[in-house]
Design a protein around this ligand. Structure first.
Ligand code: ATP
Length: 372
């Protein structure tokens, strides 16, 4: 399939979906009015804090829950009437749910013998599929082992192989890495990405871990309280958050109150209480005189020991050693406090003393204008 076709084909379309548990008039509202398009062959992540509705949405795509209103299309087909086992969809859960008394090969074969997605496979086809899947997750030599003879990461790979074995068109992954320790989680991220690219299957991944979402995804939907806050590529979500929730949830940021001082050719300049004319930022909707909140990432602010002409004067309040980075808290003359992060590099870094005055420079284009 060429890239253009992949872009145009939608794997999953969620249309005006509302989900209320129990009584539709008085029950808890899990999802308010969700519209989402997930493309074929995409690694798509649903990201948000606990209770925002991620699992509910995943369970509706799988067919374990039904929308109260709206519809879900799978490759253009309304799947409301299709029971879970007839949908070309499979799920990997956080807890691996492997059968403890079966070997890994038997675990994989068992799912294929039960006619998944209406497929009837011969014994030879099943054996071939099991071999193919064990090879995909690099676990061929463990085929005869039982799940309790594996590490957590290896069990998760088998759970992934089992879910991929029936060749679903869409794979749903519900926080599949959260039971693993940090190093293993990082290694498994690489592996998930590689397997997704190799198989070309659409992955819909649920997590509350922003780093996981940023490193794995082609696109991310950020959810809060049953609503989509923003959909975009990782760099869009991080660099141009639409609102306060997204800016705050994804990484660290500084919120700064400012007034629009000039608008020209899609660029705006701002004045703040302690400074004038922040370098031009792209923004389509701002008007002169408008009060806005800006989000500026700590790594886009720079400190220097000399207060050069284009720098603001600030005072170093605290310095925290983070290993790869140093994090400073600085204050401006009006009391505004900002966080600045600099790489901990011998070459570029002269450490600034707490209590000293320093120059602070906003990188060009570093501030995004938040809409609410
Ligand atoms: P987590 O990351 O903690 O799993 P989530 O983002 O996946 O959270 P959901 O599990 O989809 O969130 O829950 C969304 C909302 O719906 C929550 O307020 C939750 O309490 C509610 N909810 C979920 N399942 C049910 C249920 N079976 N009955 C009633 N309310 C439910």
């Amino acid at each position: 399939m060429n890239a253009l076709h992949a872009l145009q084909t939608l794997a999953v379309s969620v249309r005006s979906v509302r989900k209320v548990y129990g009584d539709p008039h008085s029950g808890p509202v899990a999802l308010k009015n969700i519209d989402l398009d997930i493309r074929d062959n995409e690694f798509f992540t649903l990201l948000g804090p606990s209770g925002c509705g991620k699992t509910t949405l995943l369970r509706m795509i799988a067919g374990f829950e039904f929308p109260t209103q709206g519809e879900i299309l799978l490759y253009g087909e309304n799947i409301a009437e299709r029971p879970p086992f007839e949908r070309p969809v499979n799920t990997v859960f956080q807890h691996y749910a492997l059968f403890p008394h079966m070997t890994l090969a038997e675990n994989l074969a068992f799912g294929l013998e039960s006619r998944p997605m209406g497929q009837v496979l011969s014994k030879a086809q099943i054996a071939e599929r099991v071999r193919e899947m064990l090879a995909l997750v690099q676990m061929e030599r463990f085929a005869g082992r039982k799940p309790n003879q594996l590490s957590g990461g290896q069990q998760q790979r088998i759970a992934l192989a089992r879910a991929l074995a029936p060749h679903p068109k869409v794979l749903l992954l519900d926080e599949p890495l959260s039971a693993l320790d940090l190093k293993l989680r990082q290694a498994m991220r690489e592996e998930l990405k590689t397997i997704q690219a190799k198989t070309g299957i659409t992955f819909i991944f649920v997590t509350h871990d922003q780093e996981e979402a940023l490193t794995l995804s082609d696109r991310i939907a950020v959810l809060s309280e049953g609503e989509v806050q923003q959909v975009g590529r990782p760099e869009e979500i991080y660099e141009q958050p639409r609102n306060r929730f997204v800016a705050d949830f994804i990484g660290e940021t500084n919120f700064i109150q400012a007034t629009v001082s000039r608008v020209e050719a899609g660029l705006v300049w701002f004045n703040g209480p302690a400074w004038h004319a922040l370098p031009a930022q792209p923004c389509k909707e701002a008007q002169v005189g408008q009060q806005v909140t800006l989000s500026v990432r700590p790594e886009r602010l720079h400190l220097c020991s000399d207060i050069a002409a284009d720098a603001l004067s600030c005072r170093i309040e605290t310095m925290t050693y983070l290993g790869t980075d140093l994090q400073y808290q600085v204050s401006l003359s009006d009391g505004t406090r900002l966080t600045v992060r600099t790489p901990n590099s011998v070459e570029h870094n002269q450490r600034l003393a707490v209590g000293s005055n320093a120059g602070l420079v906003f990188e060009r284009g570093s501030a995004s204008v938040l809409l609410d």
